[in-house]
Design a binder for this molecule. Structure first.
Ligand code: 5AD
Ligand code: FES
Length: 362
């Protein structure tokens, strides 16, 4: 193994220059992925955990420039699930072996703390052996605390980019980088298992930004990290943005066959480096990764990921929770997705397991 990769695997940290060297040079890829896989296997073995995603509202008060359910998108057909419908999704999921439910939605003020706490309490009472994960965007400390007290175990809030200037190019002026980071530290102080993360190839992103994302993650030390490729959505200001098109990156990356492959490769590199930096992290092979490449999720697992997040949302709302174009699995029953994922994991020598899959402390 090259000295550089083995040194990072041992030290769980690297300098900016070392990270840049790895990110721009494809020749490290195979060793990097193998090292990340080894680290993951030393902690989580060959187990892949599944999270049942319940996309319960696509209303959102925010207007992130990249996101298909942004407030200004008048073409999005909006929906909300009732507490009863959410429970039914969980019931279906429990029968399929899910032991984690992820309630995800846009920032929708319709769901007040009281409404959400009731939903969380119901799910925890009915399924005491399951983890409840929330992914509801930015909220106040008091709101996070109420949700934690109601029994929520985990919270996902991608930081999106660790660079304030880059953040401001992806979001309107009324959204604040500092508030997002505040939320992540509040969630940690409330003892949630916390998930951060970012997109790869988002507009205006530089290689240095990706390095900063890794160094930020090292500092935050989250339990979960979601990393997926940016994929344009047709009804957003970034509809025509082709990842990496205007980016004068070193020739080593540019010779990869097309921009999609570049997103794919770079996402896998970031997954693998995240695994080396945070050996115990729970890292999903994201649906976005599976969307840009038929076997993207399998490649993600082999590059150090250990979680998949099949969809438990009702079939008739599936095709309305569209953050980006071309999203896979919008027409499949949850049961089909589980079978499909079992098969996919088996094909690469991993096992999809019916466990909560909590963070293992290092
Ligand atoms: N492409 C890829 N990922 C996206 N997300 C939002 N919009 C897009 C897009 N166009 C990601 C964001 C968000 C997560 C739920 O989905 O990182 O935090
Ligand atoms: Fe949904 Fe394969 S995971 S159909």
């Amino acid at each position: 193994m090259s000295d550089l990769i083995s040194q990072i695997a041992v030290n769980q940290i690297a300098t900016k220059n070392e990270l840049l060297e790895i990110i721009v040079n494809e020749q490290y890829d195979n060793e990097l992925f193998a090292a990340a896989d080894k680290v993951r296997q030393s902690i989580y073995g060959k187990e892949v955990y599944m999270r049942g995603l319940i996309e319960f509202t696509n209303y959102c008060k925010n207007d992130c420039f990249y996101c298909g359910i942004r407030h200004s998108n008048k073409n999005a057909e909006r929906y909300r699930l009732t507490p009863k419908q959410i429970e039914q999704c969980a019931e279906n999921g429990y029968g399929l072996g899910f032991r984690t439910f992820v309630l995800q939605g846009g920032e929708d003020p319709f769901y007040t703390d009281d409404v959400l706490c009731e939903i969380v309490k119901k799910l925890k009472a009915k399924y005491p052996d399951c983890a409840v994960t929330l992914s509801l965007g930015e909220r106040s400390y008091d709101s996070f605390k109420a949700l934690k007290d109601a029994g929520a175990d985990r919270y996902l809030l991608r930081h999106e980019t660790a660079n304030k200037f880059h953040y401001e190019k992806l979001h309107p002026a009324n959204m604040s980088f500092d508030n997002r980071i505040r939320c992540l530290y509040d969630l940690k102080s409330l003892v949630f298992q916390v998930g951060a993360g970012f997109m790869v190839g988002s507009p205006f992103q530089t290689t240095e930004n990706l390095v900063d994302d890794l160094l930020f993650l090292k500092e935050l030390d989250p339990h979960m990290v979601g990393i997926g490729p940016f994929i344009p959505h047709k009804d957003t200001p970034f509809a025509n943005y082709i990842p990496f098109e205007n980016n004068n990156e070193p020739a080593d990356i540019a010779n990869v066959d097309g921009n999609t492959n570049r997103s794919l490769r770079l996402t896998l590199v970031m997954v693998a480096l995240t695994r080396l930096f945070l050996p115990n992290a729970l890292i999903p092979a994201t649906t976005a990764l599976g969307t840009i490449n038929e076997t993207g999720r399998e490649l993600g697992i082999r590059a150090g990921a250990n979680v998949v997040m099949p969809n438990l949302s009702p079939l008739d709302t599936r095709n309305k929770y569209l953050l980006y174009d071309g999203k896979i699995c919008t027409g499949d029953e949850a049961a089909e997705c589980v079978q499909c994922m079992k098969r996919r994991m088996k094909s690469i020598g991993y096992n999809l397991v019916e466990k909560r899959g909590d963070y293992i402390c290092g």
